[in-house]
Design a protein around this ligand. Structure first.
Ligand SMILES: Cc1cc2nc3c(=O)[nH]c(=O)nc-3n(C[C@H](O)[C@H](O)[C@H](O)COP(=O)(O)OP(=O)(O)OC[C@H]3O[C@@H](n4cnc5c(N)ncnc54)[C@H](O)[C@@H]3O)c2cc1C
Length: 436
C-alpha cells in the first residue's frame, strides 16, 4: 500500500480528555493541530467521576451545557468506614472557596466523544482509528511521525511539535524508556457497571460514595443512565490471591464489604468485570526538545480522589501555553517547557501526600471527622474539589491539617505504626498478570 505524506504544526497522540483539551485550545489560537486517536468514539474508558474544578475548564472550552446534558449531578462525597460508627457526607459547598460547588459523574464513552467533537469544532484536524506507531525526533529539524489506519494504510507526518496524550499507553515514555514505577504507591482495580443498585436519595443521589474494606476501598459512582459504576481498588497482593475468573473474584470481593452489599441486593452486573494492573507510575521527564507529555501519558497516582481527568485537563491548559510559546517564539522554548514541568508536577505532588496516607488510621479519622465548619476540614474539602492551584491561599489551614494528622499518628502510635508497616508491605510490586 502507498504511504501517504502529511504535515502539521502540532501533532497530538491520543484523543482522550487531555488530547482533546489541548487540541481545542491550540486550534482556537490559530495553530494547525492534528489529533490522532487509535480507537473510534464513542469508546469505553474508566474514570467517570469529575471534580468541581473541572467546571471552570469546561466553561473555557465551551462544553459545560453538553456535560450537564450527559452527566449526573455530584454535590459531594460520602465516606463509609467499617472502623467508624456512621458515614460522613462531604458537601463541596463547604470548601474554603465555593465558587464551583458541583461536579458531574459521566459515562466516559459519552464524555470523551463530547470533548473530541469539541476539539474538531474549534478547528483541530482530527482522525480516528489512526494509531501512531513511531516517532523520529531530529535535533533542529521537523519530527517524523508514522501512523497506521484501520485499513492498514500508513502515513508519514512531518510536525514541529509532538504532544503525547496517549494515556496509560504512555507512548513517549516507552519510546524513551523513561517510565518509572511509583515505588511509594501501588494498587490495582476491578470494576463494572451494575443496574438495580440502591442509591442515596434526594439531592445527594449523584454523590460518589467511598467504602473502605480490609484490602483497599470501593468507589460507588451513580451514572445518569440509571447504572452505577462500582470498583474495588486493592493492594496488589490481594489481587494475586485470585483463583476464579475476574467477574467472580469481583463479586466475592464486594461480598467482603457489608455496607456496600446492603446497597446491592438484587443488583445485576451489566457486563463482565474488568481488571487493571499495578497502575502508579511517573515519567522521568515531562518534556524535551519539540515534545511534551500530558495527563496519564506523564503520570498516574491513584483514583481515590477522582483527580485523573482534572489533572489531565489542567496539564493540557498548561501545555497549550508552553506549546504556543515553543511554536511562536522558539527562542523561549527552554523556559516555556521548564514552566510547564513545574505546573505538571504540582498537582500529582499535592494529591500524593493525602493518597499515600489514605489507609492510615489518622487520615481516616480526619476524613471521618464531622466538623465541616472547621477551617481545617474546609481546607481538606478544597483539596477534594481539586482547588489545588491556589492552595497557597489556604496553606496555613492545610499545614494545620498535616499537624493534626501527625499528632493523631503519635496519639495512636501503635495502630499507626502497624498501618505504616502494612502499607510498606502492600505497595511492594507484585506482577498480578491482568491487562492494563
Ligand atoms: C481504575 C481507575 C479508576 C479511575 N477513576 C477515575 C475517576 O473516577 N475520575 C477521574 O477523573 N479519573 C479517574 N481515573 C483516571 C482517568 O481514567 C485518567 O486519568 C484520564 O482518562 C486521563 O486522560 P488522558 O487523556 O490523559 O488519557 P486517556 O483518557 O487514557 O486517553 C488516551 C487516548 O489515547 C489513545 N491512544 C493511546 N495510544 C495511542 C496511539 N499510539 N495512537 C493514537 N491514539 C492513542 C487512547 O485510545 C485513548 O483514547 C481512573 C483510572 C483508573 C485506572
Amino acid at each position: 500500500m502507498v504511504e501517504q505524506e502529511g504535515s502539521c504544526e502540532v501533532l497530538v497522540i491520543g484523543g482522550g480528555p487531555s488530547g482533546s483539551t489541548i487540541a481545542a485550545l491550540l486550534a482556537e489560537r490559530g495553530i494547525d493541530v492534528l489529533m490522532l486517536e487509535k480507537d473510534k468514539h464513542p469508546r469505553w474508558h474508566i474514570g467517570e467521576s469529575l471534580l468541581p474544578m473541572n467546571m471552570p475548564m469546561f466553561d473555557k472550552l465551551g462544553v459545560t451545557e453538553e456535560i450537564k446534558r450527559i452527566g449526573m449531578l455530584k454535590r459531594g462525597a460520602e465516606f463509609i468506614s467499617p472502623w467508624h460508627d456512621a458515614p460522613v457526607m462531604i458537601d463541596f459547598n463547604d470548601a474554603l472557596d465555593n465558587t464551583y460547588p458541583i461536579a458531574y459523574q459521566v459515562r466516559r464513552d459519552q464524555f470523551d466523544e463530547v470533548m473530541f467533537k469539541n476539539a474538531a469544532a474549534k478547528g483541530a484536524r482530527v482522525a480516528e482509528e489512526c494509531q501512531v506507531t513511531d516517532v523520529k525526533f531530529q535535533p533542529g529539524a521537523e519530527t517524523i511521525v508514522s501512523t497506521v489506519n484501520k485499513d492498514g494504510s500508513t502515513q508519514r507526518i512531518r510536525t514541529k511539535f509532538v504532544v503525547d496524550a496517549s494515556g496509560r499507553d504512555t507512548f513517549l515514555s516507552n519510546h524513551f524508556r523513561m517510565k518509572q514505577r511509583n515505588k511509594k504507591h501501588n494498587s490495582a482495580a476491578i470494576f463494572g457497571h451494575f443496574s438495580g443498585v440502591k442509591r442515596l436519595e434526594g439531592e445527594v443521589e449523584g454523590n460518589i460514595s467511598l467504602f473502605w474494606f480490609d484490602h483497599g476501598w470501593f468507589w460507588f459512582i451513580p451514572l445518569a443512565d440509571g447504572n452505577t459504576s462500582i470498583g474495588a481498588t486493592c493492594w496488589p497482593y490481594y489481587m494475586k490471591t485470585r483463583k476464579t475468573d475476574v467477574t467472580q473474584f469481583f463479586l466475592d470481593t464486594i461480598a467482603m464489604c457489608p455496607a456496600l452489599m446492603e446497597r446491592m441486593q438484587g443488583a445485576k452486573l451489566e457486563s463482565p468485570a474488568i481488571a487493571t494492573g499495578n497502575f502508579s507510575y511517573l515519567s522521568e521527564r515531562s518534556s524535551g526538545e519539540n515534545y511534551l507529555l500530558l495527563g496519564d501519558a506523564f503520570a498516574f497516582i491513584d483514583p481515590i480522589f477522582s483527580s485523573g481527568v482534572f489533572l489531565a485537563m489542567a496539564s493540557s491548559f498548561a501545555g497549550a501555553d508552553a506549546v504556543e510559546r515553543c511554536i511562536r517564539h522558539p527562542e523561549q522554548s527552554v523556559e516555556a517547557l521548564k514552566e510547564f514541568d513545574r505546573a505538571i508536577m504540582e498537582g500529582p505532588k499535592i494529591f500524593s501526600w493525602y493518597i499515600y496516607r489514605i489507609t492510615t488510621p489518622a487520615m481516616r479519622n480526619l476524613l471521618m471527622f464531622k466538623g465541616a465548619e472547621s477551617k481545617i476540614k474546609k481546607a481538606l474539602i478544597s483539596v477534594l474539589i481539586g482547588d489545588i492551584y491556589q492552595a497557597k491561599r489556604y496553606a496555613y489551614w492545610l499545614f494545620m491539617f498535616k499537624v493534626m494528622y501527625y499528632a493523631g499518628s503519635i496519639i495512636h502510635f501503635k495502630s499507626s505504626f502497624m498501618a505504616w508497616r502494612q502499607r510498606k508491605r502492600s505497595v511492594k510490586y507484585v506482577d498480578i498478570g491482568v491487562a492494563g
